[in-house]
Design a protein around this ligand. Structure first.
Ligand code: ZN
Length: 307
C-alpha cells in the first residue's frame, strides 16, 4: 500500500491535505489510475468532516455544494479533474452496470460546472459494481464500512469498481461481477487483479444471527434474491466467528476475508489479491465508519479509471 499526500488547491478554507492510498500491485500498470481516499482534506463540517462525497438525503445536514467540492478535490488530487466521472446509486444488491460511451450516462459526479446549472446529485443507475473498458472516463463510488474492491484485467483492459457491503456480499456481488466481466469482454478470472480497500473489520463488526442465515441461504432476502447459481460459493466464502466476550457470545462477520474468499473461489489467484487490511471502525480519524459513528457520518470516495 502506498500512501500519497496531496496538497489541496485554493478555494475553500481547508486545514488538512487530501490523502489517498494506492495498491502497490497496480503501480505496474501505468494505464490504470486509482485512489482510495481518506476522510481528510475536505470541506464538510461535523459529523461529515471532511471529505464526504455522499449527497443528501443520505447525509442530511451536509450540503450538495460541499459534496461536489469534495468530489472535485478528490479528482484534483489525482490530477484528473478534467475527466468525466460516473457513479452509481448504490443499493446493496449484486447487479453490476457497464459504462459505455454509447449509452446515456451522467458523467458529472464531480462536475464543478454544475454551479448555476440543473444538476442532480444522484445517479439514475442502481447497481453496486461499475464496469468499463472505456478510456478517459472515471468510475467513483463512496464508502463507510462497506468493502471497496477494485478489479483490473490487464489482458482485456477492463476495470470494475465494486461496493461490497454485507448485503451485496451475501448476494454474491464478487461472483456476479466477475461473470459480467467475462460476458462483457471475455475477462478470465485468473488474469484479474483485485484490491481490497478499507472496510469494517471482524474486530468491530458484530452482526445478528439473521445476517448469518441470509449469507448461508437459510433465510431468503425479501427483495433482490440471491442467484442460487452462486449459493455454494457464497456459503463457502463466508467468514463468521464467535468470540466470547465477558458477558455474552458475539457473532462477527469478516467482510474483507469473505470478499477475498469469493474472489479466490471464483478463480482469481491469491497472488493477484492485495488487501489494505484497514478497519474503518478502528480508524475513524482517517475513515468514515457507519457502524462506529452510528450512522451520523459521511462517505469517503474511491476513484478508478483507465487512461
Ligand atoms: Zn476494528
Amino acid at each position: 500500500m502506498t500512501q500519497v499526500y496531496q496538497s489541496h488547491p485554493g478555494g475553500f478554507h481547508l486545514t488538512e491535505d487530501v490523502q489517498y492510498l494506492q495498491f502497490n500491485q497496480y503501480s505496474q500498470f501505468p494505464e490504470l489510475l486509482h485512489g482510495v481516499f481518506t476522510r481528510q482534506g475536505g470541506c464538510s463540517p461535523e459529523p461529515y468532516k471532511s471529505l464526504n462525497t455522499s449527497t443528501p438525503p443520505f447525509n442530511p445536514g451536509d450540503s450538495i455544494e460541499n459534496v461536489v467540492h469534495n468530489r472535485v478535490l478528490a479528482l484534483q488530487a489525482l490530477d484528473t479533474a478534467q475527466y468525466p466521472c460516473v457513479t452509481l446509486w448504490q443499493v446493496h444488491g449484486a447487479d453490476s452496470a457497464i459504462y459505455t460511451a454509447q449509452e446515456e450516462w451522467r458523467t458529472d459526479w464531480a462536475n464543478s460546472s454544475y454551479y448555476g446549472q440543473p444538476w442532480t446529485p444522484q445517479s439514475i443507475r442502481k447497481a453496486d459494481a461499475l464496469i468499463t473498458k472505456e478510456r478517459g472516463t472515471l468510475l467513483a463510488l463512496s464508502f463507510a464500512d462497506c468493502v471497496p474492491i477494485l478489479l483490473y484485467d490487464p489482458i482485456e483492459q477492463v476495470i470494475a469498481l465494486v461496493h461490497g457491503g454485507w448485503r451485496g456480499t451475501a448476494r454474491g456481488i464478487i461472483a456476479t461481477t466477475l461473470a459480467t466481466m467475462e460476458e462483457y469482454s471475455g475477462c478470465k478470472p485468473h488474469n484479474i487483479y483485485a484490491g481490497i480497500g478499507p472496510a469494517i473489520g471482524p474486530c468491530c463488526y458484530e452482526v445478528s444471527e439473521d445476517v448469518r442465515q441470509l449469507f448461508l441461504g437459510q433465510m431468503p432476502f425479501e427483495t433482490m434474491p440471491t442467484n442460487e447459481h452462486y449459493r455454494n460459493l457464497i456459503n463457502e466464502a463466508a467468514v463468521f466467528s464467535t468470540p466470547t466476550l465477558p458477558n455474552k457470545k458475539s457473532l462477527r462477520l469478516d467482510l474483507q476475508a469473505t470478499n477475498r474468499n469469493q474472489l479466490v473461489r471464483a478463480g482469481v489467484t491469491s497472488e493477484h489479491i492485495e488487501t489494505m487490511e484497514i478497519c474503518t471502525s478502528c480508524n475513524t480519524d482517517r475513515f468514515f465508519s457507519h457502524r462506529k459513528e452510528m450512522g451520523k457520518t459521511g462517505r469517503f470516495p474511491v476513484v478508478m479509471g483507465l487512461l
